[in-house]
Design a protein around this ligand. Sequence first.
Ligand SMILES: Cc1cc2nc3c(=O)[nH]c(=O)nc-3n(C[C@H](O)[C@H](O)[C@H](O)COP(=O)(O)OP(=O)(O)OC[C@H]3O[C@@H](n4cnc5c(N)ncnc54)[C@H](O)[C@@H]3O)c2cc1C
Length: 412
Amino acid sequence: MNQSATHMGMAEEARTGCVIVGGGPAGVLLSLLLARKGVAVTLLEMHRDFDRDFRGDTIHASTLEVLDQIGLAEPLHELPHAKIRTLRMVTSTRTIDFVDLSRLKTRFPYVMMMPQFDFLEFLCARAEQYPSFHRIMGAAVFDLIREDSRVTGVRYKHEGEEHELIAPLVVACDGRFSRIRKLLGVTAEDQTPPMDAAWFRLSRKPDEDTEGGMFYLGGGNLLVMLMRPDDWQIAYVFPKGDFQALRDKGIERFRESIAQIVPWLADRVHEIENFHDVHLLKVGSDRLDQWYVPGLLFIGDAAHVMSPVGGIGINYAIGDAVEAANVLTAPLLAGAVGNADLAEVQKRRERVTRMAQRMQGAMQDNFVARALSDKEFDLPLPIRLALKVPGLRNIPARLIALGFRRLRLENP
Ligand SMILES: Cc1cc2nc3c(=O)[nH]c(=O)nc-3n(C[C@H](O)[C@H](O)[C@H](O)COP(=O)(O)OP(=O)(O)OC[C@H]3O[C@@H](n4cnc5c(N)ncnc54)[C@H](O)[C@@H]3O)c2cc1C
């Protein structure tokens, strides 16, 4: 392998054991897991840093349990974070804790809220302790190298120069707008969730120290509030495609609606200066039929865009990385990854992902869409009753925190 050649232009061909395209949660964790087993990994990330606002900041028990297996859960907890133990629904008539994570049988009965930047830097710093890990920031993959029908490497631009990198496996972790999907011409049908979300941030007072994520419903509105270490991260959820209409009404009207839904925020809505402070998330949800071609595997959002319901996007990306490491470490060390190995990764992850997306779809139709159209929305009586039954009330918390199948590293 000749890693340094990657900086010398196309004339010299560089080789590595595995190219990982995209430094999001999937790519960074997979890099770490492979590097600690001695696989030569090169991580290519097109941005110069991990600084990203309003991305998944929710780290669930499933992820923390895996990090615990490799001794990283405790050091991660030393970084600034907040904990969400309940999800609370507030309507004009009642307040209900509809998800209570604190009852779960896990060392981590909460959602850890941490800026994704800190989380990724933390994982990367750990990966950098292994000589087999190499990351190149500001490296944008623009093409694939192929021999016959097999992907054998990538072409990327870095500091104005084009480079080639050859490897037995390319892992596409390049997110919901995957360039590699486009290069291969693969598409997936969007399941078009009925809503979009506008994310913004408001200051949090020291006494507003709640361990609950809050869902405010009323007047055909839905506002989700998540406590971050220093502020409130807030999603204003609205019917799909209505963002321009929202903007056209002006920022003052937007501030007023926030204050109407959550009156105790009225003293700070002025912090939203203009629509530059409001970030649109076009909610999507899709899944590739086949997550691999010879020599290349898709994982994370590149394989399946998740709706934000349940805040599970990061954790499903991480789940893919864990199973990819479980299955692929040995073949990668041997320098030969076959289609059967890649199919095995898909097999382990596809079913749970499909089930999670179905669950999200049901929540979107029965909860979000109804909340946005029904001015007097309340949780249906059968659900309110189920939340009082010990055997049933933990199910939503369990599915959100731990998923449909417990995640384990097989050779930590
Ligand atoms: C506004 C918003 C809010 C969200 N909130 C939550 C939440 O609360 N909880 C949650 O769990 N999830 C949330 N998500 C989803 C979550 O961020 C994703 O599911 C998760 O980050 C997916 O991880 P990933 O590693 O697959 O991809 P990503 O995190 O998208 O990472 C992909 C990486 O690939 C890089 N890249 C792309 N193209 C190239 C290329 N050609 N060459 C090199 N690098 C490339 C990108 O720069 C990026 O760093 C949210 C997403 C958005 C957009």
